[in-house]
Design a protein around this ligand. Structure first.
Ligand SMILES: [Zn+2]
Length: 404
């Protein structure tokens, strides 16, 4: 095939064009980087009461970053704060599952917490874990300055105001030593889903420590809320081929199949745990699960799941993010005589957070519709409706999006 000079020129132009595309894109968005004098934050001023308040955007120091918020997921933690304020933070600007674009950056800030270069126009997320120490998987609100950092989105409101992601802008203060990552190579929906996905990356890492979870394992995932659904997507992305999803909602079970479950069990069709165990075994030629993930916050869900696991199998319990009450099990039949290996999982490490970025890219590349986990999007001006939708538990992940 002959290529003439004109064609070569055209190809070079195209390649250069594609190379400079991100630059052009960020240049064209520079209009949005014209920073207003004031901006809104959504302050939780009382239980179930969020007020949008307008404040001057504070000065940005040499170690600080100003981010224009694009979108933020509502976390279970946010919902608990909204309803009961268990951490005693009111008044507070909530939102820690947020992401946005850097519109102003201090001259000392050159790299993110992973050492990746960072600059104007980059998309970032913050992380509530601030030390790469496997012993620290959770911020400690009773010792707010462990490691010299604070958690954006869970800090009481003060004169600085822009400390949570439910806002037009957020200020990342370098002095606080918080962790933040350059995630410019992820699309907006993926960036909003980073935190809940990190919880599952951690759970799967915990599951792997049992030595029981293998590529060819038969795996039960019980509970198809966002947590169980993401669990299925991670297992699928890893190459685990036999996954049965368990839930009582057929719509969620159908979605579970699109995210990688090979089969599903609707507990409404069964009469108790033994019957469900038989139903699961029937789908696997008489075999029970090698491994199970318990993703419901229901004590009955915990008590039942042992029945689904074979002798010598494993269990990861991650459904009880908060105290959901006591579960009754029979230690002889459920654990001892079956020699079940159990791990618990809670939150994630800083390393899991970084692993999550790669998982989201892999999941997208094999066509898993993870973005559909975000069932509802509300503009910041309607944040109260978003929280009400979240409390009604009729959606999956609810996100609050920029409307300025
Ligand atoms: Zn969260």
């Amino acid at each position: 095939m002959d290529i003439n000079a004109a064609q070569v020129e055209e190809i070079v132009k195209q390649v250069l064009g594609s190379l400079s595309a991100p630059v052009t894109a960020s240049a064209s968005s520079s209009a949005s980087r014209e920073i207003p004098k004031t901006a809104r934050v959504a302050v939780l001023t009382d239980l179930e009461k969020i007020e949008l308040k307008e404040y001057p955007i504070p000065e940005i120091g040499d170690d600080d970053i100003l981010v224009k918020v694009e979108g933020t997921g509502i976390c279970g933690t946010d919902a608990h704060e909204y309803k009961r304020d268990p951490f005693g933070l009111i008044p507070v600007v909530l939102g820690h599952e947020g992401t946005g674009e850097i519109v102003k950056i201090g001259k000392n800030v050159k790299v993110d917490s992973a050492g990746k270069p960072i600059g104007l126009g980059d998309k970032i997320v913050t992380c509530m874990i601030f030390k790469d120490n496997p012993d620290i998987t959770m911020f400690d609100l009773n010792k707010q300055n462990v490691g010299g950092a604070d958690v954006y989105g869970l800090l009481p409101d003060d004169a600085d105001h822009f400390k949570g992601w439910f806002a037009d802008y957020i200020v990342i203060r370098g002095a606080l030593g918080s962790t933040f990552f350059n995630v410019s190579d992820l699309d907006l929906d993926s960036r909003i889903l980073i935190e809940p996905c990190a919880v599952l990356i951690h759970a799967v890492e915990r599951a792997k420590t049992t030595g029981i979870l293998k590529f060819n394992s038969r795996v039960v995932v019980q509970g198809c809320g966002p947590i169980g659904l993401i669990c299925i997507a991670i297992l699928k992305t890893m190459g685990v081929a036999n996954i049965i999803a368990v839930d009582g909602n057929q719509g969620r079970l159908d979605f579970a199949k699109r995210l990688g479950a090979t089969d599903s069990v609707n507990f409404q069709d069964y009469n108790g745990a033994e019957d469900m165990a038989n139903g699961i075994a029937k789908k696997w030629d008489g075999h029970l699960a090698d491994f199970a993930f318990q993703c419901t916050g229901s004590p009955v869900g915990h008590a039942n799941i042992y029945k689904f696991i074979r002798n010598g199998g494993g269990l990861c319990e991650l459904g009880f993010f908060i105290n959901g009450g006591d579960a009754t099990i029979n230690p002889h039949f459920d654990i001892c005589s079956k020699e079940i290996t159990t791990v618990g999982s809670w939150v994630y490490t800083l390393r899991d957070y970084a692993t999550t970025f790669d998982f989201l890219k892999s999941a997208k590349s094999i066509g898993l519709p993870l973005n559909e986990l975000i069932s509802d999007k509300y503009p910041l001006s309607k944040i109260d409706d978003g929280f009400k939708k979240n409390l009604a538990m009729t959606g999956l992940k609810i996100a609050i999006m920029a409307d300025r």
